[in-house]
Design a protein around this ligand. Structure first.
Ligand SMILES: [Cu+2]
Length: 258
């Protein structure tokens, strides 16, 4: 049996490693800016899962390293066999029950966060998103503009309003991803997919295609501009004026993709 002293040393080393890893998990900025309410929920979930995983990882690695070091073969033991062990029911119940409880609680918390992120709010605006090789385009329907639908290559969204994206594809499978919102959804030809986000931070953030969709995949980027609700209505009005003054220009509003 290992001495009490070496077990205490291993336990202290494990506690130090756990503390360092937890501090690092907070000190390092893993993610881009949080620009939606969903981003806060997702990041909190990530941090909880990391903090739950660190002690388990350290425990397993400590036991492995300790066993390799302490039970290593010593000179003269080359031909000896280990002791015959035929199971330990109490230990097996223990190491089945604890991971079960841990996994169920993590799955439960993840479910709560996903449910919260996808919940339909009392009020929401809808934006049609279309992916094609190799750019994104957006349409603001009449229900939102109060007039003719607006087509744009730039995504403008009002801060604090829930947005339902109806995602389409004209050719192959793409994935509509806004890293600052933390959510993505596949754009699949022939069907419409959906996701929701409530932008809660003013600024401009990248929009990315996150599924390899052809030679121009890496160029399939655009920008989302989160603006105040007043600026958003002003932008909608300016787009309507632009499209009515340049009759027949159709989808030429909103500049080009970045
Ligand atoms: Cu794509």
């Amino acid at each position: 049996m290992p001495s009490r002293r070496s077990i205490i040393m291993a336990a202290v080393a494990a506690l130090v490693a756990i503390a360092i890893a937890i501090v690092l998990s907070f000190a390092i900025h893993w993610f881009p800016a949080q620009a939606s309410t969903q981003a806060h929920n997702t990041d909190r979930l990530y941090h909880v899962l990391v903090i739950a995983s660190i002690p388990i990882f350290v425990l397993v690695v400590t036991v492995v390293l300790f066993s390799v070091w302490h039970f290593r073969m010593k000179p003269g033991e080359e031909l000896r066999d280990g002791p015959p062990i035929h199971g330990n029911t109490r230990l097996e119940v223990f190491w089945t029950a604890i991971p079960t409880v841990l996994l169920l609680s993590m799955v439960g918390y993840s479910f709560v966060v996903l449910h919260e992120n996808e919940k339909k709010p009392a009020q929401e605006i809808q934006v049609e998103v279309t992916g094609q090789q190799f750019f994104w385009s957006y349409q603001y329907p009449s229900a939102l503009t109060g007039g003719a639908p607006i087509n744009s290559y730039q995504l403008y969204l009002p801060e604090g309003e829930s947005v339902l994206f109806n995602v389409h594809s004209k050719d192959v499978v793409h994935a509509f991803w806004i890293p600052a919102f933390r959510i993505q959804e596949d754009a699949v030809p022939g069907i419409t997919t959906h996701w929701r986000a409530t932008p809660d931070r003013l600024g401009s953030y990248p929009v990315v295609c996150n599924l390899l969709c052809g030679l121009g995949h890496s160029l399939m980027r655009s920008t989302v501009h989160v603006v105040t609700p007043a600026q958003f209505r002003t932008w909608i009005a300016s787009q309507q004026n632009a499209s009515s003054s340049s009759a027949g220009a159709g989808a030429s509003t909103g500049g080009t993709t970045g």
